[in-house]
Design a protein around this ligand. Structure first.
Ligand code: CS2
Ligand code: MG
Length: 402
């Protein structure tokens, strides 16, 4: 079997997505997600100018050798752009291999380890009252796990809170918009938020929260302690995770479970966190961490240290990534939970998928491959529109973590 074509499809059905389609001489093709929110064109160039020319003519069955060629052979290893480009190739090749074997991808990985895949969704509101309403809506849709984010009294606009009726979309302007942040106001409010959610909805539902990289380790330790009475499923991205060592301080002070990793792109970003059991869930995703071949290594390593998977699944990860992730979730022994922010109607039209949601859980579907496809003609109707993620400043103007 030979790769005869690999094309990069950029489309913006309400938000930008980059999709790689690899076509073989036997008519089988595979697709991979290559979307990096706010940096899409960088991945397009990395693929079109450097990786795709070296892909043509290769045997698509040699998934591992191709992975090593583009990782070890890159010289400039790791990083979100290169590892997202590599991930797209990897997922497309796994899609081809499973289609050639006429089996759903999870069977190729080792078969299913569970009957269904627990998912969590987002509930957010501009204030406490509207956030409680959003939690009620998510619960009514059948979710058993809900991420709760709220506007913070005294802060005009903050991460995770939609400013319209549409789903929250952080890449909201051509150039970075500026948000203002106050750790004090946040730390004063969040325990009150979760006290209100638990009072309203009881202890049955899993509650998650995304701090989004904004605290120092001791502040994160304090928040973790303050949230212990509300028994969160996890506290996510409490601190910027370049300094893996700093998680020792958080771990020392609180039993609130810790999740991190959506911005990681290789096992080296999380090795210390995992082997020292400083986290409970690893969130590296198939689209940003080198694809199925590399995330499988991360998950297997994590299984040695009681760390479970909790893949990132925001709307800026396309249905192709969601499909591949759900096949992986179906198989992986140390599965934790899968994030699911519903894509908009247009995206659902551009990307058909075999995965299904029912009563709080997903199943990946039985179609050969990962079960997701792209309607190229429809995708072509929605041209790319640059959209960048915001920046964040403290109230005194200091540039802070977004
Ligand atoms: C968030 C994302 O879903 C999450 O956990 O961290 O919304 C994240 O902000 C976006 O994916 C960034 O593009
Ligand atoms: Mg997050």
């Amino acid at each position: 079997m030979k790769i005869i074509e690999a094309k990069v499809i950029v489309s913006c059905p309400g938000r930008n997505f980059v999709t790689l389609k690899i076509v073989t001489d036997q008519g089988i093709y595979g697709i991979g997600d290559a979307t990096l929110n706010g940096r899409e064109k960088a991945v397009v160039s990395y693929l079109e100018d450097y990786l795709v020319p070296a892909l043509i003519g290769r045997d698509p069955q040699q998934i591992e050798d191709i992975w090593q060629f583009f990782y070890r052979g890159a010289y400039w290893r790791r990083g979100p752009v290169g590892m997202t480009a590599l991930a797209a190739i990897d997922v497309a090749l796994w899609d081809i291999k499973a289609k050639a074997a006429n089996m759903p991808l999870y069977q190729l990985l080792g078969g299913r380890s569970r009957d269904r895949i627990l998912a969590y969704t987002h509930a957010n509101g501009k204030d406490l009252e509207s956030t409680l309403e959003a939690v009620a809506k998510a619960k009514a849709k059948g979710y058993k796990a809900i991420r709760v984010q709220s506007g913070i009294p005294g802060i005009a606009k903050t991460y995770g809170v939609s400013t319209s009726q549409k789903n929250y979309e952080p890449a909201d302007s051509d150039l970075p918009s500026t948000e203002v942040w106050s750790t004090e106001k946040y730390l004063n409010f969040v325990p009150e938020l979760f006290a209100a959610v638990r009072k309203e909805f009881g202890n049955e539902i899993h509650l998650l929260h995304d701090v989004h990289h904004r605290l120092t380790p001791i502040e994160a330790a304090r928040l973790g302690k303050d949230l212990e009475p509300y028994r969160l499923f996890w506290m996510e991205d409490a601190v910027p995770a370049e300094n893996q060592e700093s998680f020792k301080l958080i771990r020392h002070h609180t039993t609130t479970p810790i999740a991190v990793g959506e911005v990681f792109n290789s096992i080296h970003d999380c090795r210390e966190l995992i082997q020292n059991q400083l986290i409970d869930y690893i969130r590296t995703t198939i689209v940003h961490a080198g694809g199925i071949s590399h995330v499988r290594r991360i998950a297997d390593f994590a299984s040695l240290f009681n760390v479970r998977t909790g893949f990132h699944g925001a709307t800026d990860l396309s249905p192709v990534c969601m499909g591949a992730a759900l096949h992986f979730d179906y198989w992986v022994p140390n599965f934790g939970i899968q994030e699911h922010m519903a894509h908009n109607e247009l995206t659902e039209q551009v990307f058909s998928h075999a995965y299904e949601f029912k009563d709080g859980f997903f199943t990946p579907g039985e179609a050969p491959g990962h079960g997701v496809d792209i309607d190229e003609a429809l995708a072509a109707k929605y041209p790319y529109q640059r959209a960048c993620l915001p920046v964040n400043r403290l109230e005194d103007g200091t540039l802070w973590h977004w």
